[in-house]
Design a protein around this ligand. Sequence first.
Ligand SMILES: Cc1cc2nc3c(=O)[nH]c(=O)nc-3n(C[C@H](O)[C@H](O)[C@H](O)COP(=O)(O)O)c2cc1C
Length: 179
Amino acid sequence: MSNILVVTGSVRPNSVNKKIVPLVVSELETQGATATVADLEALNLPFFDAPLSPNAPGFEPTNEAARQWTQMVAEADGIVFVTPEYNHTLTPVQLNAIDWIGKEWEGKPIALVGYGWSTGGGQAHDAAREALEVNLKAKVGETQTNLFFTKDLTPDGDVADADTVQQKIAATISELLAA
Ligand SMILES: Cc1cc2nc3c(=O)[nH]c(=O)nc-3n(C[C@H](O)[C@H](O)[C@H](O)COP(=O)(O)O)c2cc1C
């Protein structure tokens, strides 16, 4: 049984993330995994303010939230980032969460589920791949989910095309669980 961490991506009160995360959790459970949600709003990590870089020898998380977040990542068999796209990149809350961790990302299987307008979150995925795969040496899956407003989702983030949304998320999860 794989233990998969699902990382939220927005702290807006009316965030579309709140509608997509349950779809990801449901698909993980359908495919036999155990899902735990890392709610970055509840975790409330401070902006990165440690004196050492997370990749520096001797780095330790400097606060309880960062310790808890590091442990969640370390213990997960795989991770799904549910990513909105803000200004062609990841949201600040996800970028900050990525920054708090160094070596625990190395070799970690990661899947990307995103949503947005013209690229369905594709530019957020590109940024995630650059940070997590190229820089931090995580294993980011090729089969990412891009959900498009007005096609797959309504402009409010409700599912518009249930079959397509489920198939896209299922393919991403399937690749993650095989990793
Ligand atoms: C600050 C900000 C920047 C945004 N930039 C983009 C963008 O670059 N590309 C895009 O497709 N949508 C962009 N959007 C629209 C978001 O995709 C849309 O608001 C989405 O619902 C945000 O996710 P959330 O509701 O989970 O916060 C942006 C929204 C915000 C608030």
